[in-house]
Design a protein around this ligand. Structure first.
Ligand SMILES: CC(C)[C@H](C(=O)O)[C@@H](O)C(=O)O
Ligand code: SF4
Length: 419
């Protein structure tokens, strides 16, 4: 039987021929925790094993990103625990404050995630690594504890959905608009526990940064994994780091539970309106909505390519009076590249508050928490009630270009007129 990407990966990792619906025990290739979830995992492991240990230190990543640098005493305590654990276990894929960035960004840019891998992470946006053709999924701390101890975890083999995206993206319309449009169409539970595969000429033309944006938000429609087949673009991405990988995709003739067709050739910039990610409208419908804060960053859209698009709009312009524009690259490497190319200068001159990589404002943690009644437009992935701060604040989600245009105008704006 020809197989989908999920079936091939879970089949390989469990050593058998698998079909959707089947429950398998699979060997995990990479297990990631961060500063917030890591301590829970350590606690459970210690409870079960009487000490902290992992089955294979080379397959474990510990990355500090959520509350970095420590914003509260509690965060400092949790990071101290994980720092000690990383040292004791000899974890090489350990990224402390200032030495990595947002965990999902680090997994891909360090090439820890590879095509065909089975990756688990104690964070829901672990799906991001699907951008390079891995089956990557978020799991809870107790499941992760079992992975640390045994290297294995059970999975129900998901049904797969093929998403065919076709057409040339119009100017000012990006991967973020595509995924917002898809989620708006199928809703937040449209892909619950499904493995989503992104195909079509639009996807084939996308770089890894864009593919990460797509894969990242797959979880916002409930998907267990969101994958882009590893093709020439992927092979080249690994070649740049001196690593040779083979293309990886579904077998020809693989069976999908459903095929979704999206022609994006006439798509407009999209905005997810509070308080749900599937509350998606064309920018025109909310244009003129006053904002207090604009945020460019996060694991969804905090990459070099995103900041370049934002800088095209912010160059020679100013953030509107009364508006804060927070700009945080997703990792140290992204930050350095932006710094060297003068993009950080452009943002700073425009009046943005630029910071080193952290999740910070994305989850209402620090560096830009919203007050009561405040409105933000953000390039991140969630706009639940209170997501970025006060329960009475509001979050609109959009592409970095739409966020930048809105920062300039002080109200939600269409980026196309600036491009
Ligand atoms: C804190 C963490 C567990 C959480 C997640 O799993 O996604 C966070 O990263 C988020 O985006 O809400
Ligand atoms: S940037 Fe936001 S969505 Fe991504 S891992 Fe951090 S908190 Fe979660």
């Amino acid at each position: 039987m020809p197989k989908t990407m999920a079936e091939k990966i879970l089949g390989r990792a469990s050593g058998k021929d698998v079909s959707p619906g089947e429950i398998v025990e699979a060997n995990v290739d990479l297990a990631m925790v961060h500063d917030l979830t890591g301590p829970h995992v350590v606690e459970v492991v210690e409870e079960i094993a009487g000490e902290v240990r992992v089955w294979d230190p080379d397959k474990v990543a510990i990355i500090f990103d959520h509350h970095v640098p420590a914003d509260k005493i509690r965060a400092a305590e949790l990071q101290a625990i994980m720092r000690k654990v990383a040292r004791k276990l000899g974890i090489k894929k350990f990224h402390d404050v200032g030495r990595g960035g947002i965990c999902h960004q680090v997994l891909v840019e360090e090439r820890y995630a590879r095509p065909g891998m089975l990756i688990v992470g104690a964070d829901s946006h672990t799906v991001t690594s699907g951008a390079v053709g891995a089956f990557a999924t978020g799991i809870g701390a107790s499941d992760m504890a079992m992975v640390w101890l045994t290297g294995k975890l059970w999975f129900k083999v998901p049904e797969s959905i093929k998403v065919n995206v076709t057409g040339e993206l119009p100017k000012g319309v990006y991967a973020k608009d595509v995924i917002l449009h898809i989620i708006g169409t199928v809703t937040v539970d449209g892909a619950t526990y499904k493995a989503v595969e992104y195909h079509g000429d639009t996807i084939k033309r996308m770089n890894i940064a864009d593919r990460m944006t797509l894969a990242n938000m797959s979880v916002e429609m409930g998907a267990k994994a969101g994958m882009v087949p590893a093709d020439e673009v992927t092979v080249k991405f690994f070649e740049e780091a001196g690593i040779s990988v083979k293309p990886f995709g579904p077998d020809p003739g693989a069976q999908y539970e459903d095929v979704w067709e999206f022609d994006v050739s006439k798509l407009e910039p999209q905005v997810a309106v509070p308080h749900s990610v599937d509350n998606v409208v064309a920018v025109g419908e909310v244009e003129g909505t006053p904002i207090d804060q604009a945020f460019i960053g996060s694991c969804t859209n905090g990459r070099y390519e995103d900041f370049v698009e934002a800088a095209k709009i912010l160059k020679g312009r100013k953030v509107a009076p009364g508006v804060r524009c927070i700009a945080i690259p997703a990792s140290l490497k992204q930050y350095m590249r932006l710094l060297k190319e003068g993009i950080i200068d452009i943002l700073t001159e425009a009046g943005c508050f630029v910071a080193h990589s952290t999740c910070g404002p994305c989850l209402g943690g620090h560096l830009g928490v919203l007050g009561p009644g405040e409105v933000a437009i953000s390039s991140s992935n969630r706009n639940f009630k209170g997501r970025m701060g006060h329960p009475e604040s509001k979050v609109y989600l959009a592409s970095p270009a739409t966020v930048a245009a809105s920062a300039v105008e002080g109200k939600i704006a269409d980026p196309r007129k600036y491009l």
